[in-house]
Design a protein around this ligand. Structure first.
Ligand code: NDP
Length: 419
């Protein structure tokens, strides 16, 4: 008998396989299998007014090849087709040498804004002339990040609209995403500046436009490897490039192009305990940085007629801080990923985004998005209609043959099966 594929195994068999392959320890596998909720002590202390817990499935994308290293990537996601698509793209990319990533800088930025200053030009000059004092204020505000080799790196004062004085603070937050570290330093500098210059302190807070934490991932695909039963690989590649070009001139398409990318990115960001709202805000501000909202990735021919995809986006993710050290599943996910530091994690996440985009574009220009989606959507409909595990095996083939794949059909077919 043919060996079942990973996705055809039961959850316990999948966990056993990951243990066998050395990706998970038995203790971590047991912990995932037990699927215990957070203790009230943890959940109740993490947020205000806690009244329960909200479950999202955790899955894995296997063997994602990034910078010649193979990763098992945890995805926390409720949308049925995302992991299947990413797995498919991971497999194709692996056959083509995998993803390559780079990150030039990894800094967070904070803003301190004052208004109602008597002399904006003199105020700006004071900032530039008193950097040493302001750096000392920053060090005193957060000594532990300085001990770790990070802290304030640069202060840039700008006059905006002949009204505001903005100080842009670039801060190295090391292995943390750094929102709280940045905010602490911003507030200390804000008070020191206002004490000297007067005026009104408007705000001092990090910006989620983390444009100093941009990651680039790319992949090069031999078009022949894209060939399907009905379409030549070159035709698919040409259409993928055209679809990518179209997203550059049509905001309606760019939004969905980027949503497909975020399907994978948010799933890994969530699974690794990072702040997905921060990542979303940063990514979309980056997409709009030139004034018109743009796709985060693009596809083109190389000079030797290979299909090349490239994604560029800010990914200020952390390995420590926030809820990362508190949520037990996040610790397991970090161990499953075998990721050493925040830069490596950001590279993997960028590759995941490009993989997701690859899968979506390929499906769109060949079979259409619904073929793959609906097979998985049918499962969700059947479960929502109340089908048990045993009923699912009988119901799904019927549902997939039905003219209208919807809740009413699922309910009706289930009733017929039970009659
Ligand atoms: P923390 O406030 O938890 O700070 C990180 C802590 O991790 C540091 O204080 C540091 O402790 C510790 N740490 C241990 N090892 C390291 C290391 N190698 N490098 C750096 N720090 C280390 O988290 P963040 O500052 O990262 O803030 C993230 C949180 O802020 C998230 O929960 C996010 O949701 C939230 N947030 C987000 C905002 C936004 O995005 N706009 C706004 C406000 C909050 P030590 O003191 O010992 O050095």
């Amino acid at each position: 008998m043919k060996k079942p594929k990973f996705y055809q195994l039961t959850k316990d068999e999948r966990l056993a396989t990951l243990v066998e392959q050395g990706h998970l320890s038995q203790t971590d596998a047991d912990c995932l299998a037990a699927a215990e909720p957070l203790s009230d002590e943890i959940a109740g202390n993490m947020i205000e007014n806690q009244i329960g817990q909200y479950q999202v499935p955790l899955g894995v994308v296997q063997d994602l090849l990034v910078n010649q290293q193979v990763y098992q990537v945890p995805f926390a996601i409720e949308e049925p087709s995302v992991i299947a698509a990413a797995n498919n793209a991971a497999k194709m990319a692996r056959a083509n040498g995998g993803f390559v990533t780079e990150q030039l800088t990894r800094l967070m930025t904070g803003e301190v804004v004052l208004e109602k200053l008597v002399d904006l030009v003199a105020a700006k000059a004071w900032i530039s002339g008193n950097n040493d004092h302001l750096f000392e204020v920053a060090r005193a505000a957060h000594p532990s990040i300085v001990k770790r080799g990070g802290g304030l790196q640069k202060i840039t004062p700008t006059i905006i609209d002949d009204r505001f004085l903005k100080l842009e603070l670039q801060i190295d937050t090391k292995e943390a995403m750094g929102a709280n570290i940045v905010n602490t330093i911003c507030e200390a500098i804000a008070h020191a500046v206002q004490e000297q210059l007067g005026g009104t302190l408007l705000l001092s807070v990090l910006t989620n436009a983390a444009f100093e934490s941009v990651v680039i991932a790319s992949v090069t695909i031999d078009p022949a490897t894209l060939t399907t039963a009905t379409l030549a690989g070159k035709t698919i590649a040409e259409k993928m490039i055209a679809a990518s070009d179209f997203a550059k001139v049509d905001v309606a398409r760019a939004a969905t192009h980027n949503k497909g990318i975020m399907n994978g990115i948010d799933a890994v960001v969530l699974a690794t305990g990072n702040d997905w709202r921060a990542i979303e805000a940063g990514v979309h501000s980056y997409a709009a940085k030139k004034g018109a909202y743009q796709p985060l990735s693009s596809w083109e021919w190389t000079t030797d007629q290979q299909l090349r995809g490239r994604i560029e986006l800010p990914l200020p993710v952390g390995m420590v801080g926030g809820s990362i050290g508190i949520l037990p599943t996040v610790q397991i996910n970090q161990r499953l990923l075998k990721v050493q530091n925040a830069r490596e994690l950001a590279g993997i996440i960028a590759a995941v985004g490009l993989a997701q985009n690859f899968a979506a574009l390929k499906a769109l220009v060949s079979d259409g998005i619904q073929k793959g989606h609906m097979a998985l959507q049918a499962k969700s409909l059947a479960i929502a209609a109340g089908a048990t595990e045993t009923e699912l095996t009988q119901l799904l083939p019927l549902l997939l043959k039905a003219t209208h794949l919807n809740t009413a059909t699922a309910t009706e077919l289930l009733a017929q099966l039970r009659a």
